[in-house]
Design a protein around this ligand. Structure first.
Ligand SMILES: Nc1ncnc2c1ncn2[C@@H]1O[C@H](COP(=O)(O)OP(=O)(O)OP(=O)(O)O)[C@@H](O)[C@H]1O
Ligand SMILES: [Mg+2]
Length: 587
C-alpha cells in the first residue's frame, strides 16, 4: 500500500480541515455509541418500571444525541471533502508540472489518453479514498474498539459468541482485497486504453472522415469499451459475491446471540434493555466490519490508481539539467557538432552516426537528405530535446549539457515540422514565447513572416480568435504565424524544419526575402524544401542514412556529389534546372 500512504502524505497541506474532520468523526462515533445505552435505560428504568419521567428524559437526550450526530456528521463530510479535494488539486498540478518537464522521449513513448486518465480518473479515485475512504477506515476502527469494549463489559459470554464470527468475515475480506487489487489496476488500464483511442480519434477526426473510416473507428472504440465494461463487471461481481457472504455469517452470529441472549433474559440473568442494547451494538460491530471491507476494496483501487499517478511523478526526464548547470550567456551563434552519435530511446539503430560540422555565426545552413535520413534529428539536438549518445553539441564552444535548459532554449527560435498553435488570439500565439512583447514587435515579426497582410485582412485582425491547433487558418497561414512566433524571440539561432513547405512559391519568396534580411543577424538552420533556399545557403549539409556524407555550397556539391544531384532532382523535381546548373558548374 505504498502508493496510498504516499498520497495520504499530501493531507499534510490540508491538516486543518483533515483534523477538523477527524475530531468530528470521533464525536459522531461517540454519539453512535451512546444511543444503545440510552435505549437500555429507556427500557430498564423507564418502560419496564412504568416511569414516564425517565421515558421523557431519555427521549429528550435522544434528540440531543441526534442533533449532535447530525451536526458533526455534516462537518465531518464537509471538512474531509475540503481536504481531499485539496489533495486532488495538488496531485493534478504536480502531474501537469511533471508532464511539462518530462523530455521528448517520454512523450514519444506515452499515449496522451493514458496520461489524461492519470490526471483525471486516477486522481479522482485516489481523492475518493483520501476523503471518504480514510474517514470510514478511522471511523470503523473507533467504532469497532468502542463497541467491543462496551460489549465485553456488558456481557462477555455473548460478546465472545459474536466475536467468533469476526475471523471468518475478516478472512473473506482479505481474500476479496487480494483479488481486487490487480483487477482494479487492469480496469484503470482499460480506461486508459479507451481514452487513448478517443483522444487519438478526436485529434485525427478529419483523417477518419477523409478516409470514410468511421465504421472501423467505431468498432475499434466499441471493442475497447466492451473490454472496459467486461473488466468492470468482473470487478463488481467480485464485490457482489463477497458482501452477501459476509451478511450471511453476520446473521448466523445474530441468531446465536438472540438464542443465547433470549435464554439469559428469560432466566433472569440479563435485563431486556441490555439485550436490546446488545443487539443495537452488534449492528455497530457489523458496520465497521463492512466498512473495513469496502475500504479494503476502495483502498486497493486507490492503490492501483495512486501507483499510476506516482509513476508519472517519479518519471525521470532523460534530458536532465546538470546539478551545476549555469545559464548560457548570450550567444554569438556558433553551433558545433563533434562526432555526434544519437539514437532514439527504444530504437535499435542510430539515427545519427559520428556527425561533425560547424556553423559559423550568421551563416545559413541548409540540411538536405532523403526522408528519414536524420534531418529533424540533427536540429532536435541543438535545443537539447534529446541527448546525444556520443560526442557533443556545442554552442559557442559550450556543451549544451552544461547549461540550464531555459537559457538554452530561449535563445533558439524554432519552427517545427508540425505546426501547433494554441486556442487564443493570433496576437497571443505570436507572442507565445515572449508574452511581454509590444504590439509593434508583434507586427514586425508578422511582417517578416509575411503574415501581416492576411492578418490585417481578418475582421478582428490580431485579435482574431483561432481554435484548437489553429483551426480557422489555412496550412500556410498557420506556418507563417509559427514563423512569426519564432522570429519574435529575435533568436541568435533560428531553426526551421520544412517550415515553408505549405506556402505558395510567391509567399515563400517573400518569406525568403524577409528571412534573408533577418538571417544576416543570426545563425539559421533550414531543412530545405525549395531549390531557392538551397542555393542561397552558405553551407549545405547532406545527410544520408544518419551520416553526414558531404558538406559545401550548392555549386560545390553539384560538382562533387551525385547523391546531391539525385536528391535535388527527386525532391524538387527540377531536373532541367539541375542539369542546367550542373552544366554551368562544369563550364
Ligand atoms: N521519436 C522517434 N523515436 C524513434 N525513432 C525515430 C523518432 N523520430 C525519428 N525516428 C527515426 O529516426 C530516423 C531519422 O528521422 P528524422 O525525423 O530525423 O528524419 P528526417 O530526415 O527529418 O525525415 P523527413 O524529411 O521525413 O522529415 C528515421 O529512421 C526515423 O524513423
Ligand atoms: Mg523531418
Amino acid at each position: 500500500m505504498r502508493g496510498v500512504f504516499r498520497s495520504l502524505r499530501y493531507l499534510r497541506g490540508y491538516w486543518k480541515p483533515a483534523f477538523g474532520a477527524f475530531i468530528s468523526l470521533i464525536i459522531v462515533n461517540f454519539a453512535n455509541l451512546a444511543a444503545p445505552q440510552l435505549l437500555r435505560i429507556l427500557i430498564d428504568s423507564g418502560i419496564t418500571p412504568l416511569n414516564m419521567q425517565v421515558v421523557l428524559q431519555v427521549a429528550g437526550l435522544l434528540v440531543v444525541v441526534a442533533l449532535v450526530r447530525g451536526l458533526f456528521f455534516f462537518l465531518q463530510g464537509y471538512w474531509s471533502e475540503v481536504a481531499s479535494q485539496g489533495v486532488a488539486f495538488d496531485l493534478r498540478n504536480q502531474i501537469f508540472e511533471r508532464l511539462q518537464h518530462l523530455s521528448f522521449s517520454y512523450h514519444d513513448r506515452s499515449q496522451t489518453g493514458n496520461l489524461m486518465t492519470r490526471l483525471t480518473s486516477d486522481v479522482d479515485i485516489t481523492r475518493n479514498f483520501v476523503g471518504s475512504g480514510l474517514i470510514q477506515l478511522l471511523s470503523g476502527i473507533i467504532l469497532l474498539i468502542g463497541t467491543v469494549t462496551i460489549l465485553l463489559r456488558m456481557n462477555p459470554l455473548l460478546t465472545g459468541l459474536f466475536l467468533l464470527s469476526v475471523p471468518a468475515m475478516g478472512l473473506i475480506f482479505a481474500v476479496a482485497v487480494r483479488k481486487f487489487m490487480p483487477l482494479a489496476r487492469t480496469v484503470q488500464e482499460k480506461l486508459s486504453a479507451l481514452n487513448a483511442v478517443l483522444q487519438e480519434n478526436l485529434a485525427g477526426i478529419r483523417v477518419v472522415k477523409a478516409f470514410a473510416r468511421e465504421p472501423y473507428e467505431l468498432s475499434r472504440f466499441e471493442r475497447q469499451n466492451q473490454d472496459y465494461l467486461a473488466h468492470n463487471i468482473t470487478l463488481m461481481k467480485l464485490f457482489a459475491t463477497f458482501f452477501p457472504l459476509v451478511f450471511f455469517i453476520a446473521n448466523l452470529a445474530l441468531t446465536a446471540v438472540i438464542w443465547v441472549g433470549g435464554g439469559q433474559v428469560i432466566g433472569g440473568r440479563m435485563t431486556l434493555g441490555e439485550l436490546v442494547a446488545f443487539i443495537g451494538y452488534q449492528g455497530y460491530l457489523l458496520l465497521p466490519v463492512f466498512m473495513l471491507g469496502s475500504i479494503g476494496t476502495m483502498m486497493s483501487w486507490a492503490e492501483a490508481s495512486s501507483r499510476r499517478i506516482f509513476e508519472v511523478l517519479d518519471a525521470e526526464s532523460e534530458v536532465k539539467e546538470a546539478p551545476n548547470a549555469y545559464p548560457l550567456p548570450p550567444v554569438q551563434g556558433r553551433v558545433t557538432f563533434e562526432n555526434v552519435t544519437f539514437r532514439y530511446a527504444g530504437a535499435d539503430q542510430d539515427a545519427l552516426q559520428s556527425v561533425s560540422f560547424e556553423a559559423q555565426p550568421n551563416q545559413t545552413v541548409a540540411i538536405m537528405g532523403r526522408t528519414g535520413s536524420g534531418k529533424s534529428s540533427i536540429i532536435n539536438l541543438i535545443p537539447r530535446f534529446y541527448d546525444v549518445r556520443e560526442g557533443a553539441v556545442k554552442i559557442d564552444g559550450i556543451d549544451v549539457r552544461e547549461v540550464t535548459l531555459d537559457s538554452l532554449r530561449s535563445q533558439i527560435g524554432m519552427v517545427l515540422q508540425e505546426t501547433t498553435l494554441f486556442t487564443g488570439t493570433i496576437r497571443e500565439n505570436i507572442a507565445y514565447g515572449r508574452p511581454d512583447a509590444s504590439m509593434e514587435e508583434i507586427i514586425a515579426a508578422a511582417r517578416a513572416a509575411q503574415a501581416h497582410e492576411f492578418i490585417s485582412e481578418m475582421p478582428d485582425g490580431y485579435e482574431t480568435l483561432i481554435g484548437e491547433r489553429g483551426v480557422g487558418l489555412s496550412g500556410g497561414q498557420r506556418q507563417r504565424i509559427a514563423i512569426a512566433r519564432a522570429l519574435i524571440l529575435n533568436p541568435r539561432i533560428l531553426i526551421m524544419d520544412d517550415s515553408t513547405s505549405s506556402v505558395d512559391a510567391e509567399t515563400e519568396y517573400k518569406i525568403q526575402q524577409a528571412l534573408e534580411n533577418l538571417a544576416r543577424e543570426r545563425t539559421t538552420f533550414v531543412i530545405a524544401q525549395r531549390i531557392s533556399t538551397v542555393r542561397r545557403a552558405d553551407k549545405i549539409l547532406l545527410i544520408d542514412n544518419g551520416r553526414l556524407v558531404a558538406e559545401g555550397t550548392h555549386a560545390e556539391l553539384l560538382e562533387c556529389c551525385e547523391l546531391y544531384v539525385d536528391i535535388l532532382a527527386s525532391q524538387f523535381g527540377a531536373r532541367e534546372e539541375v542539369n542546367a546548373a550542373v552544366e554551368e558548374a562544369l563550364k
